[in-house]
Each structure stands twice: as structure tokens, then as C-alpha cells.
Write a protein that binds this ligand. Structure first.
Ligand SMILES: [Ca+2]
Length: 514
């Protein structure tokens, strides 16, 4: 007897939806994806729900958020802190029209603000990143907050702050976002209608900021070094059934030294300890949300989704090179060696369309409807989240909204997968971010970077993208390249100088086959 008894009863007993996103978190950071970071709350969600092993994002903060919110490709709607999304509706607009209470905390990263795009309430950052302890101006008696940009935009409902300086001396974004989420649930959680809560944490995006007690729990744990951490994660992932041993783990990034050769090991240990503490703290806060939902008596019919917006980040942004990571006055990144470990077993990072950039954990838990303890290898993409939310809510995805045309939905509902069935997946999936671009069709993935020759990978045999088969399958390269070109044209992946070079490079390689 299937447990998803709501079928046909959508209008009477629609689920609450809680969508939680981490920022710049690697594929294997959390415990239930092989990480050594303690994430008991996410691990419990995984145990009681389904883990996806081939779920994809858009490799970068705002492109991911645009697709996530709209079910479209970000190139169709626009993405960026100063860009207003067009030709689309948001999940909040669709669910609000269907009678949901729509709530958001955390990072938005679009040019409009959440309450203009279907959310009843919002507290958080509308920009790309900020100081965790004080996103605003220096407060009396305190040091200057570390920062990259002078001002970060923030919003509380319809009020915009440039910047937001919290009064609370114990302010920390991850905690504050959750405090507001819990206040919203206290206020609206018992209404006679379902709620949609979008909690977009900024953790563990730089700067590396965490509470001392959380850092202390990881200090020294990373003295084993990144080579050992990568190997340990790989072994755990194989054992969990998330990856296959026959895909060799990617080699250490060639720009990263062997741990044995590293000086300042304690400084490197501190970096990863702070990063781990940020994820640990996020998990503690996710626990607070889950507890609140249980207290409201709504756990059974609440769909919780958790994912990351892009892979681990290798960027080097140290505006305070003399201040160690952790406190408010510092501004540091975790850097390439540890990002390489975060993305175990994959290659590359945030901003790349290799698996290290676009593969994310996705956990879905819904006690009433989802069989516990599943792992699925079915392929999905964040354009599917809108379709899934509309599907479970019995909500209509409109063809126009507020007098504006809305582009047809690109995503497909994940509900069959949640029900343990095989879904008819996407024929192809596409990515493009700046000078990196890719298409996946079944087991094949075609990948381009700048004007380098196309790379072709068999994802069934080689998910870690170590064996380029482009020379062995020129027809497949040609077919997928044509599909990519048609998609880029249809969706407005804008021509860039590198695209002209790409065409020229293809022409040259056709003339001069290697
Ligand atoms: Ca991000």
C-alpha cells in the first residue's frame, strides 16, 4: 500500500514546504554525503527521506537562485544582485496564489526584493554575501567589520537597508535568519492553510566567520590534511552507495601542494575548522526549524528540501590578510586546497560546469509521502524545484502573471522520484556560466571551457570526469555541441567574445585535426 495517500486530495491536505539552501557548500561536506562535519539534523532528514546523487545547480549564487525560484534557466530571466527577474513567476508567487503563506529568511540575490516577488515576509540579505557578525557599519566599542564591498543591501519585509547594522551584539546571520523563521512559524504556523518557508542560509560562503565554541569543536581535526580528508570522504561515499569505486577519485588539484609539503599547517587547520563550524552551525539551526515544525504538529505533512547553490569555492579573497579567520574583523576564504576536499570526489569548483561546480546534495524528506532511507541516482536540476512545489501543492503554473507573459516551465516534477518511481527525466540538461558550458544527455556530458577543445565524458563509467572521450566519439560531440548551440540561442545564453572564439576554434580544429 503506497504511503502517499494525499493523491487526489491535494486541495484538502496540501503539504507545507520548507526549502533550505546552503551557499558555496561542497558535495561531500555534510555527514550524510560522506563529510566529517557533524550535521545530525541533515543526517536525520536523509535517513527519513531520499538523497539524490545526481542533482545539479547552476555553479554560481545568483544564477542558481534565479532558476530555483522560477523553474526556468537563469539566462531566460536574468540573474544578479541588481537585476530584476523577468518573464517569470517565483515559487512564492505560484504558491501564494494557491493560498499558501509564503515566508523567507536569508539570501535573495536579485535586484527586486522578496516581498515584491510573492513572499509575505522576508528578513535577510538581498545581496551576494556579507559579514556574519555585522553586515553593516562599525558599532560603538567594536572593531571595524571585515568586508569586501563597502555596503551590502539587506531587507526586512518592504524596508531596504543600505546597509543593515544589527543592534544585537550577539548577531550572527545564520542564527538571526533562523530566529526570524521561528517567529514567522509562531505567527503563521497554525493558520488554516499551508506554509512555504524558504530559508536561504549564507553559510558557508566566505567570509570565514563562526562562533568560537563551534570552531573549537573542529580545531585540530584537519591537521591530518586535505589528502587524508579527501580519501576518507571518498571511502565513506562509496560505502554509503553515493558514488562508485570504479570512478577513481579525481587527483588533487595540481595547484594544491601535498599536505606533507605544507608549512603553516595550523593556520590551514584553522581555516577548515572555521568552515566546518559554519556548516555545523547551519545544521544546528536547521534543527531548530525542524523542532518547531514538530512542535506545531506539522512534521508528517511537511516536505523539506535541502541543497547547495553551487560547489565549494576556491576563490582567494583576503581583505584582512593579517587577521586569522573566525571573528567579525576578519575577512578570509577557505581557499582552493580545502575547496578541493569539499568537492570530493569531483574536479573543479564554484563557477565551473565540471561536477565539482554543479553537483549538489539534495535531500527530500516528507514523512507522509516519502519512503525513508532512499538513495536515488536519477538526474535532476534545480529547474525541477518549481515544478515539484506546484505539483505537491496542486498549484497552477500560469502562462501570465500580473499582466506579464510567463515563459513555459522548463523543469519537471520530482514527485515520482520521491515516490520511489522512475521518472521520465530531461532529454538534455544545459549549463553556462561565463566561459564554461555543458550539456548532459543520458550518460554523456559535453563540456567546454573558453576555447579549449570540447571534452566528452561518460558519466556512468566516469562521473569524476577523468577520461575525455571526445576523440573517440566525434559524432556525439557534434550532436551535443549542436544541441548546446540551439539551447543557448533559445534561452538567450548571450553571445560572448569567447563564443566567437569557440566557433573559430572549432573551425580550426576541423581544418587541422589533431
Ligand atoms: Ca553560492
Amino acid at each position: 500500500m503506497p504511503r502517499w495517500l494525499w493523491a487526489g486530495e491535494a486541495s484538502r491536505d496540501r503539504p507545507n514546504i520548507v526549502l533550505i539552501m546552503a551557499d558555496d557548500m561542497g558535495f561531500s561536506d555534510i555527514g550524510c554525503y560522506g563529510g566529517e562535519i557533524q550535521t545530525p539534523n541533515l543526517d536525520r532528514l536523509a535517513k527519513e527521506g531520499v538523497r539524490f546523487t545526481q542533482f545539479y545547480n547552476n555553479a554560481k549564487c545568483s544564477p542558481t537562485r534565479a532558476s530555483l525560484m522560477t523553474g526556468l534557466h537563469y539566462q531566460q530571466v536574468g540573474a544578479g544582485a541588481s537585476i530584476k527577474m523577468e518573464n517569470c513567476v517565483t515559487i512564492a508567487e505560484v504558491l501564494k496564489a494557491a493560498g499558501y503563506r509564503t515566508l523567507m529568511v536569508g539570501k535573495w540575490h536579485h535586484g527586486d526584493i522578496p516581498v515584491e516577488r510573492g513572499f509575505d515576509r522576508h528578513f535577510g540579505l538581498t545581496d551576494g554575501c556579507c559579514n556574519y557578525f555585522n553586515p553593516g557599519k562599525r558599532r560603538p566599542g567594536e572593531k571595524e567589520p571585515g568586508r569586501k564591498k563597502p555596503v551590502r543591501r539587506w531587507a526586512i519585509d518592504d524596508k531596504v537597508f543600505l546597509p543593515y547594522t544589527p543592534e544585537d551584539k550577539d548577531f550572527y546571520t545564520t542564527d538571526a535568519f533562523t530566529d526570524h523563521a521561528l517567529a514567522y512559524l509562531d505567527q503563521y504556523g497554525q493558520e488554516d492553510r499551508p506554509f512555504f518557508l524558504y530559508a536561504a542560509y549564507t553559510a558557508p560562503h566566505y567570509p570565514l566567520h563562526a562562533w568560537p565554541e563551534d570552531i573549537a569543536r573542529y580545531r585540530g581535526k584537519y591537521m591530518v590534511g586535505w589528502d587524508a580528508i579527501r580519501q576518507q570522504r571518498f571511502e565513506r561515499m562509496v560505502k554509503m552507495g553515493l558514488i562508485e569505486r570504479r570512478w577513481s577519485m579525481s587527483l588533487r588539484d595540481p595547484e594544491v601542494p601535498r599536505w606533507e609539503e605544507v608549512e603553516d599547517k595550523e593556520a590551514w587547520d584553522l581555516k577548515m575548522a572555521v568552515y566546518a563550524a559554519m556548516i555545523d552551525r547551519m545544521d544546528q539551526n536547521i534543527g531548530r526549524i525542524l523542532t518547531k515544525i514538530r512542535e506545531l504538529g506539522k512534521e508528517d505533512n511537511t516536505l523539506v528540501l535541502f541543497l547547495s547553490d553551487n560547489g565549494g569555492c576556491a576563490e582567494f579573497v583576503h581583505t584582512t590578510p593579517d587577521i586569522p579567520p573566525g571573528p567579525m574583523e576578519s575577512y578570509r576564504t577557505v581557499d582552493r586546497p580545502w575547496a578541493n576536499a569539499s568537492n570530493t570526489p569531483f574536479r573543479k569548483y564554484k563557477s565551473w560546469d565540471h561536477e565539482g561546480g554543479i553537483a549538489t546534495p539534495l535531500i527530500a524528506c516528507w514523512p507522509r509521502a516519502v519512503e525513508p532511507g532512499q538513495i536515488t541516482h536519477q538526474v535532476g536540476h534545480l529547474i525541477d524545484i518549481m515544478a515539484t512545489c506546484a505539483d505537491v501543492a496542486g498549484a497552477e503554473y500560469p502562462s501570465s502573471f500580473g499582466g506579464n507573459q510567463v515563459l513555459p516551465l522548463e523543469g519537471k516534477s520530482l514527485l515520482p522520484i520521491l515516490q520511489g518511481k522512475t521518472r521520465e527525466g530531461h532529454k538534455e540538461l544545459f549549463w553556462q556560466y561565463r566561459n564554461t558550458y555543458a550539456v548532459r544527455q543520458g550518460k554523456w556530458k559535453l563540456l567546454g571551457v573558453d576555447t579549449n577543445p570540447w571534452e566528452l565524458y561518460d558519466m556512468e563509467a566516469d562521473r569524476t570526469e577523468l577520461h575525455d572521450l571526445a576523440d573517440e566519439h566525434p559524432e556525439k560531440v557534434k550532436e551535443l555541441a549542436a544541441l548546446y548551440g540551439a539551447w543557448a540561442k533559445r534561452c538567450g545564453a548571450k553571445p560572448k567574445p569567447w563564443e566567437k572564439k569557440r566557433k573559430k576554434a572549432d573551425k580550426m580544429s576541423a581544418l587541422h585535426p589533431m
